[in-house]
Write a protein that binds this ligand. Structure first.
Ligand SMILES: [Zn+2]
Length: 178
């Protein structure tokens, strides 16, 4: 009897462990950019921020989201990145500037991404800047915030020095929407 109980407990523990491997925590929204091809103009940023933004775009493209979705620099795009000084709690902001309500999802037709120079000052560590830009690009690819999340790009409680590129969870979320 005792050994059956132990085997039963063992199976529960195994099942519990595997549930962590397969269950994702991503959240999606209807506010991703409408096209799977998402150009962003980073020329609107100054030299303190543009390299991190460009690297964030490259990180998304090499994350495994292709061929479902693409992100690329495009100086002719209406989707632009800016710095802003905001006396608010945000490190970065994703704003929908126009949308097409006739689309069932991915309704955004134009957006802007802003990095808050109050918190992410010019001398902030490169990886923290990259983490903020990459997170906001995640919103443009239909991902929502995970308020208590620590181990994905969309987790608001992540250590931005450590999590600064899309994780498998973030990639799975994008692929579920494109
Ligand atoms: Zn967010």
């Amino acid at each position: 009897m005792k050994s059956k109980k132990i085997i039963g407990l063992f199976l529960i523990v195994i099942t519990f462990c595997f549930s962590f491997v397969t269950v994702f925590s991503y959240v999606t929204t209807d506010w991703g950019y409408h096209s799977k091809h998402c150009g962003i103009d980073t020329s609107t940023l100054n030299d303190h921020y543009r390299p991190a933004a460009n690297q964030a775009i490259q990180d998304w493209n090499s994350s495994g989201i292709q061929p479902n979705a693409f992100v690329f620099q495009d100086t002719s795009s209406n989707n632009k990145m800016y710095t802003v000084y905001c006396d608010c709690a945000s490190g970065g902001m994703y704003d929908v500037l126009s949308k097409n309500e006739n689309l069932s999802t991915n309704k955004t037709t134009r957006f802007r991404i802003r990095i808050n120079s109050k918190f992410v000052v010019w001398s902030t560590h490169y990886n923290i800047k990259k983490s903020v830009f990459s997170h906001e690009i995640g919103h443009a690819r239909a991902l929502g915030d995970i308020p208590t999340g620590t181990n994905t790009l969309m987790g608001n409680m992540r250590d931005r020095l450590v999590i600064f590129a899309p994780t498998a969870d973030d990639v799975a979320g994008v692929k579920s929407k494109y």
